[in-house]
Design a protein around this ligand. Structure first.
Ligand code: GAL
Length: 674
């Protein structure tokens, strides 16, 4: 259940690491937090070595002083368990807890996250410090949220040591009960991999060539579960001590593929995520929007918390590109537009030393006489104005299917083409929808689809029979489904659905593919309209990456390949099924063609696209329980924009954000000059 934070407005603040600074700086920190309107900080995330300097010896004095100081200034605390950074004494005493990579390298310490997720010594030490913290700060009025660990799986998502292998075997015994069931599921008759007992099974270490794909897929599942077990152990300790305060951990939704966040999201009281821009991507706002939409979807539509992002450059990319004036506010408000009830940063004050000293922060190295600090203060004021927006929700008619299992399986070795890429296809579709101004949710393939008109499944490679049935029943009852290639292909064990591709969805799509015809790197085909062409706007375009030897079996061809290996074969098809419609895009069309196909599917689904919104302008709505509609308009371009507004033309100056509220219709945030 999503819980609300005990705060007055939207959350604003960041990771606070006071132990990096002499105590006199703390008072200055708190005064500056007040100036900036900070109302929440994440505290103690990497403080294990300071809180437990020697095994079983605790020093909470400094933390008590920080918590009191913050509390007296009205800054609430998101109190972390420090278990992402086991101290040196722990490493020294437990050398066998160091994680091992698939190729057998033992990782050292002196960084962070040096622990094997299946180590009982680690679990015990983490439980001990968590118990101490929870007992000490339970019920403290400053603590409004518990922050378990930090970014599980960020650096070490899978460990291949002997103890991990043993834990994997236990997990397999639970899943399969008998070794014969495992042999069947993994298809071990291939390459003579048959096991006579669970004891013979190993972690999928680096081998002479591709390790059994179902074994690898299960190891990904096991590894996500192993970390989740650690999270739950800490959470349960805290909950027993402090039952009324919500507990979370920070996800990296849309950034990492290591954890099955659908499973994780069920275990947190409030979904929180971290998001960082990719310096190499010019249209960063689209990746940001995707991450925000995915996070909101993990939260089941409830408000969520942006736990970390950056005020400007990060420190860990090849080129750490600084944000330009106004960008931090646009980024922050874009997360709010898509359902965040708070905006936090890594970190409060830029470190002088350590691996992240060149990472931006709310208080930069140059101090407060800086553009960045002034923008931090302005953003705090802006968020205070937007406090009434808290709790309102974003709704969507369109959903994109997102499943971590498909991602894990789809990206294993020996696929029909190295250009099969889970994220690449999702991004291609998401971008078209973003540019068309269509807000989307993400859904698990087994989710209730009842509230959606159009469901897009670009990369649903793993399709369990029950998931296919979920989609089938929904289309039959009137839904519009659009799938892309390499969807519906295998079951949960990465075993192919037989009889022609895409096996699990053939009847719904009304097509049958005998053979995949992937294209060579850089090769394109020409797409031609067919006699039954009903994508009016799709001028003959091009396709790349993929084609299929596809025959129609009830569907009609909308576009076909005019040349290349699939010349004369359908490339895009449409199939009325029950009361609904199913589209199949059996290639990677160019952006214009994909846009036309999507718009035709949106029309089938009865979804209207907002008109008159210039490219690069983002417009999202949040709906309050009181019927009030909030409209957030973000101009990511360098030109002033004018678009149709509720009371006539709405102007949004270059690079600024406007927030409008209906009932009463009033502008609650005037355009900023950022
Ligand atoms: C996050 C992490 C933070 C900090 C940040 C830098 O992944 O949680 O502790 O390292 O990245 O961008």
């Amino acid at each position: 259940m999503a819980q609300r934070l005990r705060l007055d407005g939207l959350a604003y603040g960041g990771d606070y690491n006071p132990e990096q600074w002499p105590e006199p700086v703390w008072a200055e920190d708190v005064a500056l937090m007040r100036e900036a309107g900070v109302n929440l900080v994440s505290l103690g995330i990497f403080s294990w070595a300071r809180l437990e300097p020697r095994p079983g010896e605790f020093d909470f004095g400094w933390l008590d002083r920080v918590v009191e100081l913050l509390h007296s200034a009205g800054v609430a605390v998101d109190l972390a368990t420090p278990t992402a950074a086991p101290p040196a004494w722990f490493q020294k005493a437990n050398p066998h807890v160091r994680p091992v990579t698939a190729d057998g390298r033992v990782l050292g310490y002196g960084a962070r996250q040096t622990y094997c997720p299946s180590s009982p010594e680690y679990a015990e030490a983490a439980a001990r410090i968590t118990r101490e913290l929870a007992a000490r700060y339970a019920g403290h009025p400053a603590v409004v949220l518990w922050h378990v660990h930090n970014e599980y799986g960020c650096h070490v998502a899978r460990c291949y040591c002997e103890r991990s292998a043993a834990a994997f075997r236990d997990w397999l015994r639970d899943r399969y009960t008998t070794v014969d069931a495992l042999n069947d599921a993994w298809g071990t008759s291939f390459w003579g991999q048959r096991y006579d007992s669970f004891d013979e099974v190993d972690a999928p270490r680096q081998a002479p060539t591709a390790v059994n794909p179902a074994q690898q897929l299960d190891f990904r599942r096991f590894s996500s579960d192993a970390l989740l077990t650690l999270y739950k152990a800490e959470r349960d300790i805290i909950r027993a001590a402090d039952p009324d305060v919500p507990i979370t951990t920070n996800f990296m939704a849309g950034l990492t593929d290591n954890l099955d966040y659908w499973a994780w999201a069920r275990e947190v009281d409030l979904v929180a995520t971290d998001h960082y821009l990719s310096a190499e991507r010019p249209d960063n706002q689209i990746g940001l929007a995707l991450s925000a939409d995915l996070t909101r979807s993990l939260a089941g539509g409830a408000p969520w918390l942006l736990m970390e992002h950056s005020t400007s450059a990060v420190n860990w990319q090849q080129r750490n590109i600084a944000k330009r004036p106004g960008e931090m506010a646009r980024n922050s408000l874009a997360h709010v537009a898509r359902g965040a009830d708070g905006v936090m940063f890594f970190q409060w004050r830029a470190s002088r030393a350590g691996a992240e000293k060149y990472h931006s922060a709310m208080v930069p190295h140059a101090g407060t006489d800086t553009r960045l600090w002034r923008e931090v203060v302005d953003l705090g004021a802006r968020l205070r104005e937007l406090a009434p927006l808290r709790g309102s929700r974003v709704t969507a008619d369109v959903a994109i299917v997102w499943d971590w299992e498909s991602r894990w399986a789809l990206e294993l070795e020996y696929r029909p083409s190295a250009e099969l890429d889970f994220r690449e296809r999702i991004d291609a579709y998401y971008e078209r929808l973003w540019r068309a101004g269509v807000t989307v949710d993400f859904v698990h393939p087994g989710a209730d689809l009842g509230g959606y008109r159009l469901v897009v499944a670009p990369s649903m490679y793993v399709t369990r029979a029950a998931w296919a049935e979920n989609l089938r029943a929904w289309v039959r009852s009137g839904g519009t489904l659009l799938t892309s290639y390499f969807t519906g292909i295998v079951d949960e064990n990465d075993a192919v659905h037989l009889g022609g591709y895409p096996g699990a969805l053939r009847d719904v799509l009304g097509v049958r593919t005998e053979e995949f015809l992937p294209l060579r790197r850089g090769e394109t085909t020409t797409l031609a309209a067919t006699a039954r062409m009903d994508v009016a706007a799709a001028a003959p375009g091009t396709a790349s990456r993929w084609a299929e030897d596809l025959s129609l079996d009830g569907a009609s061809a909308v576009l076909q390949h005019a040349d290349g290996p699939a010349s004369g074969r359908p490339a895009v098809t449409r199939h009325p099924f029950g009361s609904g419609t199913a589209w199949y895009v059996a290639t990677a069309p160019d952006a214009g063609t994909l846009d036309a196909v999507l718009r035709a599917a949106l029309a089938d689904a009865g979804v209207r696209t907002p008109g008159g919104v210039p490219d690069g302008v983002e417009r999202v709505r949040r709906h309050g329980a009181d019927g009030r509609v909030w409209e957030i308009v973000i101009n990511h371009t360098r030109s002033d924009a004018t678009l149709p507004g509720p009371e006539g033309p709405l102007s949004v100056p270059a690079g600024t954000v406007r927030v409008l509220a209906s009932e009463p219709l009033e502008s609650v945030g005037s355009p900023t000059d950022h």
